[in-house]
Design a protein around this ligand. Structure first.
Ligand code: PHE
Length: 331
């Protein structure tokens, strides 16, 4: 005969015990299996009654044991998870750490500065048309920048933007003054040497407000502060220059961060490094976007130029050759 198996199931403590009991009851030599084999010695009604009884017992014990086993397994899993904590602070000599590309890191730092001064961040398409890239920016048809030698043109007359200044036009067309934005992004020119690559990055800046609210001294103040933020204590000078879309225009130099102004290879013995273009937005640009009675300033800079100076890299192309030995130095 078989004992009270329900009781035994109830008293189980572990899933291993449960498995042992399963074999003891349902296995080849199990107590219930043996009861089933005794059926052959019975006959007629007696056999029928006993078989029904055994089948009912089998079903009951199977269910009870299954349920108990699941409960025990769940409990054991929970206990194991609590026990086997992973120490994520453990040193692992095999991990290799990624790093932010120096151009991206420089870009992030520039953006961070202007965001802290409440500038918004705008972007525009890389494939531009002549209107946004040249015409609206007062760049005349004969201007050399429009030449096939400087600009990548598509068959349909569209082009890869040669600077981020078209975003000035798009932003002014899409919104009303006051405007206070920067626009970071890739630009393209047919150029390839130590300091030029066909693709590089610029950050554009544009501030527009009522007449009298934006002046060259505002521009000068913000750029001096920005350059100190990027390069530390440096002298900053504004040199008269020309851009079709600003009047007056200036190029901005910092005292050479390598020789402190005494003259070296990087500054070509001048003691100064050119880092920015800027100016007061030309009236023709405002006319092109239909703005009246406003004044503004704009500036533009090359991100790779900044990254090269900050990290003392002398071949711009090395930023884009994806040579990990070069990039690993910026971890
Ligand atoms: N777009 C100019 C360039 O690519 C830079 C610039 C921007 C100059 C805004 C003045 C004002 O060289």
């Amino acid at each position: 005969m078989i004992g009270d198996i329900s009781k035994e199931i109830e008293c189980l403590k572990t899933s291993v015990e449960a498995e042992e009991l399963r074999v003891k009851v349902f296995g080849k030599k199990g107590s219930l299996t043996q009861e089933f084999s005794k059926l052959k010695d019975l006959a007629g009604e007696e056999k029928k009654v006993r078989a029904k009884e055994l089948n009912e017992l089998k079903e009951r014990y199977t269910n009870e044991l299954y349920l108990k086993t699941e409960i025990l397994k769940t409990k054991e899993l929970q206990e194991r998870l609590l026990r086997e904590e992973i120490d994520v602070t453990l040193f692992s000599p095999l991990t290799s750490k990624g790093a932010i590309h120096p151009v991206n890191a420089t870009m992030d730092r520039i953006i961070e500065y202007f965001i802290s001064l409440n500038f918004g961040v705008e972007s525009g398409p890389l494939v531009e048309d002549e209107f946004h890239n040249f015409e609206a920016l007062n760049i005349q048809p004969h201007h050399p920048a429009r030449d096939m030698q400087d600009t990548f043109y598509f068959k349909d007359g569209k082009l890869l933007r040669t600077h981020t200044s078209p975003v000035q036009i798009r932003t002014m067309k899409n919104s009303k003054p006051p405007i206070r934005i920067i626009s970071p992004g890739a630009v393209f020119r047919r150029d390839y040497d130590l300091t030029h690559t066909p693709m590089f990055h610029q950050v554009e800046g544009l501030v527009v407000d009522e007449i009298g609210k934006v002046s060259f001294s505002n521009l000068k103040y913000i750029l001096e502060d920005f350059l100190t933020y990027m390069f530390g204590e440096v002298d900053v000078r504004f040199r008269t220059s020309f851009f079709p879309f600003t009047e007056p225009s200036a190029e901005v130099d910092i005292s050479c961060i390598f020789c402190k102004g005494s003259g070296c290879r990087v500054c070509k013995k001048t003691g100064w490094l050119e880092v920015l273009g800027c100016g007061i937005v030309d009236k023709n640009v405002f006319d092109a976007v239909g703005y009246k009675n406003v004044s503004g300033y704009a500036f533009g800079l090359g991100v790779e130029r900044f990254a090269m100076l900050i990290h003392n890299v002398n071949d711009l192309r090395s930023f884009f050759e994806t040579d990990t030995r070069m990039l690993e130095q910026f971890r």
